[in-house]
Design a protein around this ligand. Structure first.
Ligand code: ARG
Length: 567
């Protein structure tokens, strides 16, 4: 599609010597409001090269440029050179592109032949899948879709927490007090109870800890009974997790979790030893990171058992070998910043330059209104409950507002879940936030249902108005300020996707589709569309509505949210 910013760069490049295309491109800004232009070049940078005052430069350039087919005006305001896009051209370019590409508008092949791994969700088996996991799950899924949409070969990995000394505890506890039938009825809660009880008992009786260590070692040594129990725990846990993934419509390409690497750590330890990176301390082995202001990275405990970090090292090497990734992304909370920084560093010290392609994408913490989440204190909000409650609540609203709606259950599910997901993706990921039922279940204002509703409203408008995508449209009839504002947002959509990818930050897309919905509703509320003054105008407005709907749908889908056609 025509890139107006590039056109501005070309113009400047031809007039100004001593600045590269790239420098000009990065100097050009988007002014805070459209009456200051669509793009602006602050002349401060040029002052250095041209040795003149910025406002003189801007003035002289403005005199040289007259309007052309891309810009209706190029003017200076003090030290800024402001470019005003030719609106007719903008509208025609944008709408015809959307008409042609439909829900592929904004997609690209920039990622061709590059593999991106997005590791996300990764809950611990036998533990609750709670509200604290929603962010990695939802942000990770959005990133997975964003990269796919831009043409990358994308692999979604769920690095399940299915290994470690705590499984020694679970096995011991089960052998003492466990009852298979009771557990199968309510796996996570019962397993959690066993775990908590075991910890309490071990406070009293230290020898229980040895027992747990014994059973973990047996598991590592492939003792049949231990392996059988562990496999069963893993299976029933995954069945619980899958309920949530089904509700969210999330699929993984791989569930290779920590246990998958239990036999893949030895070569790494060997390489570390060979490269003289492993230091012994009281029987344990670690890599010193003092020079980088980090505590040592522990690789093996004194009893010979490996750790979370060792398994992560093995996973990174395995992924490099198997997928030859371009990027290896970990969507994991900011509490683990040090963990990632530290093992990425170790890989670098081993001499593997691909360490730089391992990227930790952190996010802030979720807390509850009455304090922090705490599994041990029973302050847990299960993710499945949140999703179910959101759907239930939506069902209530539909019953009140639109009881005749077809497929009520399906719509309630799409909207209820959409509300939760949209809220998760609405803010910069790094911000902490407090989970609130009220906010999650709200439909007003800047919410997922508001955007979904805009889409559904357009679908029914077009149906009622017998919209025909094939009919010829005179784009010059779309010339009101409201119409132009919608198109500006639609034009910006592809860039929002690329920004989201480059910064691993889905909220650029969330905000953009909200802008699109808001600008459309302003237009909708003030304009007759199906009852336009004449047939030609009607067709143009319908096509604009259609384009809006396509882009909203695409944006929602990339975020992992459905776009029902009726609500
Ligand atoms: N299972 C871990 C947890 O729940 C998250 C795993 C993150 N991924 C990783 N490769 N370490 O905290």
């Amino acid at each position: 599609m025509l890139n107006f910013k590039d056109k501005a760069v070309e113009l400047i490049l031809a007039e100004v010597e001593g600045l590269s295309e790239e420098e000009i491109n990065s100097a050009i800004e988007v002014p805070p409001s459209y009456d200051m232009g669509d793009y602006a070049l602050p002349a401060f940078q040029l002052a250095r090269v041209l040795k003149k005052a910025p406002n003189i430069i801007a003035e002289e350039l403005a005199e040289k440029f007259s309007g052309n087919e891309y810009f209706e005006r190029i003017e200076n305001a003090g030290p800024y050179l402001n470019f005003f896009i030719n609106k007719e051209r903008l509208i025609e370019e944008t709408i015809s592109e959307i008409k042609e590409k439909g829900d592929n508008y904004g997609s690209s092949d920039m990622g061709k032949d590059k593999t991106v791994i997005v590791e996300f969700s990764s809950p611990n088996i036998a533990k609750p899948f709670h509200i604290g996991h929603i962010r990695t799950t939802v942000i990770g899924n959005a990133l997975y879709k964003i990269y796919s949409f831009l043409g990358y070969d994308t692999i979604a990995i769920n690095h399940l927490g299915d290994y470690g000394t705590q499984f020694g505890m679970l096995i011991s506890a089960y052998k003492k007090w466990g009852d298979r039938e009771v557990i199968e009825r309510d796996p996570i809660n019962e397993l959690l109870k066993l775990y908590v009880d075991f910890n309490a008992a071990a406070e009293e009786d230290e020898s229980l800890r040895d027992e747990a260590r014994y059973w973990f070692r047996e598991l590592e040594n492939k003792n049949e009974e231990a392996v059988e129990l562990w496999e069963w725990i893993r299976k029933i846990s995954l069945e619980e997790f899958n309920k949530v993934y089904d509700l969210l419509g999330i699929e993984f390409d791989s569930y290779a979790g920590e246990s998958f690497y239990s036999d893949k750590m030895e070569p790494i330890l060997k390489e570390l030893r060979e490269k003289d990176l492993l230091v012994e301390s009281e029987g344990a082995y670690m890599v010193e990171l003092e020079d980088y202001d980090m505590p040592p990275a522990l690789m093996m405990k004194s009893d010979g058992s490996t750790l979370y970090t060792t398994r992560d090292m093995a996973a990174a090497f395995y992924r490099k070998e198997k997928y030859d990734f371009y990027k290896n992304i970990y969507v994991v909370g900011s509490q683990q910043n040090l963990h990632f920084k530290s093992f990425f560093k170790v890989i670098e010290l081993m001499g593997h330059e691909w360490s730089k392609d391992c990227i930790h994408v952190p996010f802030g913490m979720v807390s509850l209104e009455d304090g922090t989440l705490s599994t041990r204190k029973g302050r847990v909000v299960f993710l499945e409950d949140v999703l179910n409650k959101a759907v239930e609540n939506t069902t209530g609203i539909i019953e009140k507002r639109n009881p005749e709606l077809e497929n009520k259950d399906q719509v309630a599910e799409q909207v209820g879940i959409g509300a939760v997901v949209f809220q998760e993706l609405f803010n910069q990921r790094i911000k902490d936030y407090v989970f609130s039922w009220d906010k999650t279940l709200s439909f007003e204002g800047e919410t997922g249902p508001y955007v979904q509703y805009t889409h559904a409203r357009i679908c029914s408008l077009l149906d009622r108005g017998d919209f025909d995508i094939e009919s010829e449209v005179d784009y010059s009839l779309l010339n009101s300020e409201n119409e132009i504002n919608i198109v500006r947002n639609l034009y910006d959509f592809p860039k929002a996707i690329v920004d989201a990818m480059e910064k691993n930050e889905p909220f650029y897309i969330t905000r953009k589709i909200l802008d699109i919905a808001q600008s459309y509703n302003t237009f909708y509320n003030s304009t007759n569309i199906n009852n336009s003054e004449d047939e030609k105008v009607k067709r143009a407005r319908q096509l604009l509505s259609y384009a809006t709907k396509e882009v909203i749908k695409t944006g929602l889908n990339i975020l992992g949210i459905k776009a029902p056609e009726r609500m």
